[in-house]
Design a protein around this ligand. Structure first.
Ligand code: NAD
Ligand code: WQD
Length: 348
């Protein structure tokens, strides 16, 4: 099959935009649906700057069923990658209905439009959040789910369940990717994460503190049962994550799937502590980060990291970029959005 078309929902968002770049680099045609609820339209020009190709873009809300149907009816698509969702854990605790509506109704509309137009292949953005504090480490795909603490977490568990049921009914082939902690940015510093308001995640909080947008960062807990007392996570470079989607597209298109519903952890397999991130960031930027130690953040698991054996062996994908490249690209992106010159050649 030459140049299959991949329809990417949420394709102007953080992970979606990096994936669109990698898909175009691999010769796929791309159609994006995004309602810009958490992204900016200029990202489409940045994608064109990086790849030389401007993907087709529909500004549409996936909760609008007729609009979704119309886009599917007027475009031939081989695979859908469904990124579009709201993703703030805290906001979802305050506004659960907003999250159930946006994340579940949009998935249902996409699946219905796929069924109506005979599109069979879907790749879904799931999250390590489904494991909570994993009963054993590293977390494998067989590690049992924990009862979700947030509506956001519920929507990821429900999303997976909806897909599995549709696959078992013969409607769909689906690959579900459980991302661990995506960080960093494209090495061009033209695309990256654009958090609205004060970020909740560690990396943008670190870079915004370092550049002076925020005064100080608090390390949430240094009394955990971990080597340095701070929490451990599996940080994965967003470009590696994007490439996992390309691998999943190829697998599903080449009909290499061994089951109609497959799940893969997408991480590096390395657990890194909050204090290690801060020390590495200080070393890379050669500047002291203004941080203090504070109380634990409610709901945080002490340690989460992935077994990536299944993704390595079966998906034939492996993370290649290291912590230095995550820090370097995140920092260059922060400098770039602050309007500063991006220094030097970037190694990732
Ligand atoms: P993001 O907010 O940057 O991107 C999501 C995109 O979807 C945005 O461009 C937004 O405008 C769009 N969107 C949201 N609702 C929509 C709707 N109803 N109709 C059309 N477009 C809509 O988020 P991201 O970090 O790129 O995350 C992508 C996916 O990965 C999400 O499903 C998220 O839950 C999942 N995920 C993210 C992380 C993370 O830490 N970033 C970790 C695990 C899983
Ligand atoms: C990482 C570590 C914090 C900020 C979240 C979602 C998860 C997934 C990825 C979507 C933790 C510590 C943070 C700060 C800190 N998203 N931290 N000070 O919580 O592992 O995962 O994003 O699916 O569902 O829950 O990521 O980046 O918020 O935190 O000390 O100011 O950094 O306590 O240990 P988390 P994070």
């Amino acid at each position: 099959m030459t140049n299959p078309t991949i329809l990417v929902t949420g394709g102007l968002g953080y992970i979606g935009s990096h994936t669109v770049v990698e898909l175009i680099n691999e010769g796929f045609k791309v159609i994006i649906i995004d309602n810009l609820s958490n992204s900016e339209e200029f990202i489409i020009d940045r994608i064109e700057q990086i790849t030389g190709v401007k993907p087709v873009f529909y500004n549409a809300d996936l909760c609008d069923e007729p609009a979704v149907q119309k886009i599917f009816s007027s475009n031939k698509t081989e695979v859908v990658i469904h990124f579009a969702a709201f993703k703030s854990v805290n906001e979802s605790i305050e506004k659960p209905l907003l999250y159930f509506k946006n994340n579940i109704a949009s998935l249902q509309n996409v699946l219905q439009a796929m069924q109506n137009t005979g599109v069979k292949n879907l790749i879904f953005s799931s999250s390590a959040t489904v494991y909570g504090q994993p009963a054993q480490l590293p977390a494998t795909e067989e590690t049992p789910f924990e009862k979700p603490l947030s509506a956001y977490g519920s929507t990821k568990q429900m999303g997976e369940e909806i897909l599995e049921k549709c696959c078992n009914a013969g409607l769909l082939n689906s690959i579900c990717l459980r991302y661990f902690n995506p960080v960093g940015a494209h090495n061009s510093a033209l695309i990256g994460e654009l958090p609205k308001g004060v970020p909740a995640n560690l990396f943008p909080y670190v870079t915004q503190t370092a550049i002076g947008k925020l005064n100080e960062i608090t390390v949430f807990g240094t009394d955990y049962d971990t080597p340095d007392g701070s929490c451990i996570r599996d940080y994965i470079h967003v470009v590696d994550l994007a490439k996992a989607h390309v691998a999943a597209c190829k697998r599903i298109l080449e009909n290499n799937i061994t089951s109609v519903y497959e799940v893969f952890n997408i991480g590096t397999g390395n657990g890194i502590s909050v204090l290690e991130i801060i020390k590495s960031f200080e070393k890379y930027t050669q500047q002291k980060l203004n941080y203090k130690t504070g109380n634990r953040r409610s709901g945080d698991a002490p340690a989460v990291y992935a077994s990536t054996a299944k993704a390595n062996d079966i998906l034939k994908w492996k993370a290649e970029l290291d912590l230095q490249q995550m820090i370097e690209s995140a920092w260059n992106w922060e400098l770039s959005i602050a309007g500063n010159k991006v220094p030097g050649e970037i190694s990732s």
